[in-house]
Design a protein around this ligand. Structure first.
Ligand code: FAD
Length: 600
């Protein structure tokens, strides 16, 4: 039986004590206070635990039913989804005018996303995608499209997808071949095949709204020629040919030439359909400017990348909770210093340093990641500030953090679920205890939304040099100020000193990556993944030093004492990996690129 309690206390600590979020969002114009935030966090935690979690294993076992182009979802998923719509939990950050709650983005991007993926990752990706489509539409769509589609996407009545990948074009989207032919009425006819489309077909909603990347005739080569189109599965029943002006009745019933010709069998998230989608002269409307599809899709993908990072945290959290509960009951062997409970046949396995190592690695990395996620979530709100400087700072930091959140959190998530499974020995490998499902479910997070290797290249090749290094400067200012302010505080030395060394190392490695990378791009590419991990460690180090600072002032309370112990664990046992990462980056590219391919 899988256990789960939403990490409400941790969120209270992060949003209230660490980042003091309420004045920030009130300044941005939100009518939002602490009581409301607690009510949301507790309410969503309870709803997800009661409605989503109980069907998570069922979804894994039952999966979905593909038959002749139609996908039937488990009935239990359909009713849970409807219940969540009724309760308003699928539209927290959407505008009130579209039926949403209109709460700040940080809640849906961080708290909602983590709890959703912990309790049912296969289910959570459906509303996450729909909200992604909603946001792109509301920001870049025409008024007619917004009026017609936004409300049903926001509330979850209709679902959204993102259709990028084609059989021959995954990472390299510049070579897609899906075509969009302009029509006299302003619409387009879309033809092509997309693969691996999450929730491309299903019966959870009345309609499915696809955002499709395609090329118009004569478009420039590569990604510069891609445009973005909104293509519904069903067209309005009164559709004639008049373009969006005819979308007056909120009824969709006519087939739009969108068909599903297959659903993938896969390692995890069995209740999340992964579809081959065919568009056969399907009617669609352009969203945004011609040939500007990639930036818009990246806008959606950036939100989805943060959501994907939260999958790493969410599954690591639930795996940790279950392996800890199991470990507390399990007795094997004796404490090497002598039996702790001589009247029992064996001691509890928490007496073994190696078991503690595994559990603490998962706990500390998850909590550190959650802190950085909380900061990133608040920055997402600040990006919309009317204060130009605040908005610019937020945009720069979000750009910098996005590949790290996506890649580092999902790497850590996969590692954490793996070690939590190990804590449980053979039981970890058996279905009954749930953790093996989390292991299978979390694995996709390193692959989709751009593989982690591509995230690392984005960080090293673009984000650190972008804007003449402005992204990095916006981070270095508060970080070096924090280090300086704590330099003379003796209790902070054990955290501040390694953080300082790490930051100095990061600056040196950044210069090396830029200088060598300019001369030889293989140098930059060969070190990118290690650089991304190094950077992730520095950011988590910053988070842990900040958490230690707050907690030192409140020591004596178990919650804060645990935070101090976790910070200590981080700097003693996790952060030192930066030395190895630096050595690997400095080793250059020849050990990779001179290796004889014929011997691989
Ligand atoms: C379950 C599932 C759901 C998905 N959902 C969606 C969806 O909803 N919509 C959608 O459009 N797509 C979706 N995808 C597709 C997913 O985003 C891609 O699989 C992913 O981006 C990688 O593309 P690929 O599989 O073609 O791998 P490839 O691009 O073939 O990459 C293979 C390997 O080469 C590396 N590589 C490729 N190019 C480079 C390069 N330039 N530099 C360095 N390394 C490189 C990659 O990192 C990877 O390790 C989904 C996939 C799965 C499995």
């Amino acid at each position: 039986m899988v256990e789960y309690n939403a990490p409400i206390r941790d969120y209270e600590f992060l949003f209230n004590e660490m980042f003091d979020v309420i004045p920030i969002v009130q300044k941005l114009g939100y009518d939002f206070d602490n009581d409301f935030l607690s009510m949301l966090t507790e309410g969503w935690g309870e709803h997800a635990k009661e409605v989503w979690l109980p069907i998570n294993q069922l979804g894994d076992k039952k999966g979905l039913d593909y038959d002749d182009g139609k996908i039937k979802m488990p009935e239990e998923f359909k009713s849970a989804y409807s219940e969540s719509i009724e309760a308003g939990w699928l539209s927290t950050s959407c505008k009130q005018e579209h039926g949403g709650m209109g709460v700040p983005i940080f809640f849906s991007a961080v708290t909602w996303a983590e709890i959703g993926t912990s309790t049912n990752m296969a289910m959570s990706v459906l509303p996450a995608l729909s909200i992604g489509v909603y946001e792109v539409l509301v920001e870049h769509g025409s008024k007619e499209l917004i009026d017609y589609f936004a409300t049903n996407l926001a509330t979850g009545k209709w679902a959204g997808t993102m259709c990028l990948t084609e059989p021959h074009a995954g990472t390299d989207l510049g070579i897609i071949t899906t075509k969009a032919i302009p029509q006299d009425d302003g619409s387009y006819r879309i033809t092509g095949t997309k693969i691996f489309i999450t929730y491309g077909e299903h019966d959870m909603t009345e309609n499915i709204i696809h955002l499709v990347l395609a090329k118009t005739p004569g478009a420039p080569e590569g990604t510069k020629g891609i445009s973005l189109f909104l293509v519904p599965k069903f067209l309005p029943s009164d559709w004639v040919s008049g373009g969006v002006k005819d979308l007056s009745e909120n009824l969709m019933s006519d087939d739009n030439g969108v068909t599903c010709s297959g659903s993938e069998e896969k390692m995890g998230i069995h209740a999340s359909p992964t579809c081959v989608m065919n568009f056969d002269e399907s009617i669609g409307w352009r969203v945004g400017d011609l040939h500007n599809g990639m930036p818009l899709m990246f806008q959606m993908m950036n939100r989805e990348r943060l959501a994907t990072g939260m999958m790493g945290i969410g599954l690591a959290e639930i795996a940790y909770q279950n392996s800890l509960a199991w470990a507390k009951e399990r007795r094997q062997g004796r404490d090497l210093k002598g039996p702790q409970e001589p009247n029992e046949s064996a001691d509890n396995i928490l007496v073994h340093p190696d078991v503690r190592r595994m559990l603490l690695e998962a706990k500390v990395n998850t909590e550190g990641s959650r802190a950085l996620a909380a900061w990133t979530g608040i920055l997402l709100d600040q990006m919309h500030s009317e204060d130009i400087e605040e908005a610019e700072m937020a945009e720069a930091l979000v750009a910098l953090f996005t590949p790290i959140v996506k890649a580092h959190f999902t790497d850590l998530g996969c590692e954490s679920v793996n070690t939590c499974m190990q804590v449980m020995g053979g039981a970890g490998y058996c279905t009954e205890y749930g953790v093996e499902q989390f292991y299978r479910d979390v694995r996709i997070s390193k692959i989709w939304e751009g593989t982690n290797g591509i995230q690392a290249l984005d960080l090293a090749g673009r984000k650190i040099t972008h804007n003449m290094g402005k992204n990095l400067r916006y981070l270095m200012w508060p970080l070096t100020e924090f280090i300086e302010n704590n330099r003379t505080i003796p209790e902070m030395e054990e955290f501040n000193k390694p953080l300082h060394q790490g930051v100095r190392g990061l600056q040196q490695l950044t210069l090396l990556m830029i200088a060598e990378g300019q001369a030889n791009p293989h140098f930059l590419a060969a070190g990118a993944t290690d650089y991304c991990r190094y950077f992730g460690n520095v950011l988590l180090g910053y988070m842990w030093a900040k958490m230690a600072k707050i907690s030192l002032e409140k020591s004596g309370d178990p919650f804060y004492d645990a935070k101090i112990a976790s910070a200590r664990y981080f700097f003693k046992r996790i952060f030192p990996e930066t030395a190895g990462l630096a050595a690997r980056i400095q080793s250059g590219y020849k050990n990779l690129m001179d290796y004889p391919v014929e011997m691989m």
